[in-house]
Design a protein around this ligand. Structure first.
Ligand code: NIG
Ligand code: FE
Length: 423
């Protein structure tokens, strides 16, 4: 039907705006309760952006006589922002379910990694895979994420390590960004592991002298758009000095710093990230007290990954301490062959139960704060007029069901809408 607007979502029991005053993130007291409207409607324009939100009767009067491509009766349901997954490794080939069995039998993540498994195992298979194979599996994984409510996702490279395979992965991510409905923030993670036969210093030199100049060139030509640079800063992987050199050079070519730090050992990664002006640091199970304060002061967000601590039976990151100190806490699924989880509702549930976050804190962390961690909270992460029409409709009269329920989210999440389009 030819119409003036794309979507009218009518008379929802609750519309969870998350925030309503153009905030770029929520921290401290702002997290006590989120902005929620009762009995409200929402209009998305044909351009895919939110045009109006307000009490159902007001919206009805305002848009009476106008036509819509789709009208959804949301009585008894809730509308929430599309979820933002701030950390995933979704491009790879090869199956690592056997390592889950090894971990259940007591092997640690690093024991498997040092014996040539883990990332090394996936690197070998990803190098052998064709670009088309990698794209097909990425597409399937992103579809699973969307069905679980994710509308914006960070996607890392990092299972190539050599320039050729890293570029292959980034081309696959670029194709997904152009062809699929889900929003993508692309991350170059060539420093995910030290390639066999090289030292960390040699690998860092290769990245700085060869990989990053190539990325800069491809970005300038408009061939591949990369948003973020990542390094696995860890004992036995990239030490603090190599991490600093790589991240600094990445920043110099215009990438946002967003890296793995303080996961298995205290590395002072948080202090380094704050000093370099990082947008975000992930994991942080072993962050120091000083690192937490430094991150809060620098407005460097903490991307917490409850699936990793759960899967590897690590100590939980100190989410409460970070929240109390005013850190901008975000969440990610860390989807990868080690943590095989597509679902941000499950991630929020784990964050609440295992990391003692409240439900408003968890939802903010999976929406506006995750968008902040990707440098996209001016357009994503909340339901506000002018923002992108990314939202989900759940078949429950209380929004908290999205977190309370664990498992079976496909029945609960009735509609997923990305860029104003019903998926
Ligand atoms: O975030 N810690 C490093 N990277 C991933 C794991 C990748 C893998 O095991 O394949 C993570 O958990
Ligand atoms: Fe990761």
């Amino acid at each position: 039907m030819a119409g003036g607007h794309s979507l009218l979502l009518e008379n929802a029991q609750q519309v969870v705006l998350v925030c309503a005053r153009g905030e770029r993130f929520l921290a401290r007291d702002a997290l006590r309760s989120l902005a929620v409207l009762e009995g409200a409607s929402l209009v998305v324009g044909k351009d895919g952006f939110i045009k109006a939100i307000g009490p159902a009767d007001v919206i009805q009067r305002q848009f009476s006589g106008e036509t819509f491509e789709e009208i959804i009766d949301c009585s008894g349901k809730c509308i929430l922002p599309g979820l933002v997954d701030a950390h995933t490794h979704p491009v790879w080939a090869g199956e690592r379910v056997h390592e889950f069995a090894m971990k259940l039998a007591g092997a640690t993540y690093m024991e498997i990694h040092q014996a040539g498994g883990g990332i090394h195992f996936t690197v070998e298979r990803t190098r052998q895979a064709t670009e088309e194979e990698l794209f097909r599996s990425l597409q399937q994984r992103l579809q699973c994420m969307m069905r679980a409510g994710t509308t914006l996702v960070e996607c890392k490279s990092g299972y190539g390590l050599d320039l050729e395979t890293e570029l292959k992965m980034l081309r696959v991510i670029e194709r997904a960004r152009r062809e699929l409905d889900i929003g993508i923030s692309a991350t170059y993670c060539g420093a995910h592991s030290v390639p066999k036969g090289k030292t960390a210093t040699e690998a860092a030199d290769d990245i700085i002298n060869n990989h990053l100049p190539k990325l800069k060139e491809l970005g300038r030509n408009g061939e591949i758009h990369v948003d973020n640079i990542d390094v696995f800063c860890e004992k036995g992987v990239f030490d603090l000095d190599s991490t600093r050199r790589i991240l600094q050079r990445g920043k110099n070519i215009g990438l946002q710093i967003n890296f793995h730090g303080d996961e298995l050992h205290p590395m002072k990664a948080a202090e380094l990230g704050a000093e370099l002006g990082a947008q975000a640091i992930s994991h942080l199970e072993e962050v120091s007290g000083e690192g937490i304060v430094a991150m809060a002061t620098a407005r460097c967000s903490a991307i917490l990954l409850p699936t990793t601590a759960y899967m590897l039976r690590l100590k939980q990151p100190r989410a409460r301490k970070m929240l109390d100190e005013g850190v901008i806490v975000a969440l990610g699924s860390d989807f990868n062959p080690n943590a095989y989880c597509f679902s941000m509702p499950m991630v929020m549930h784990l964050a609440c139960v295992n990391m003692r976050m409240s439900m408003p804190e968890a939802l903010a962390a999976a929406t506006i704060n995750a968008a902040y961690a990707l440098g996209k909270s001016h357009t994503h992460g909340s339901l506000e007029v002018g923002k992108q029409g990314d939202l989900i409709i759940i078949n429950s009269s209380r929004w908290e069901h999205l977190i309370y329920q664990f498992g079976g989210h496909h029945e609960l999440i009735e509609y997923v809408i990305a860029k104003g389009k019903l998926i």
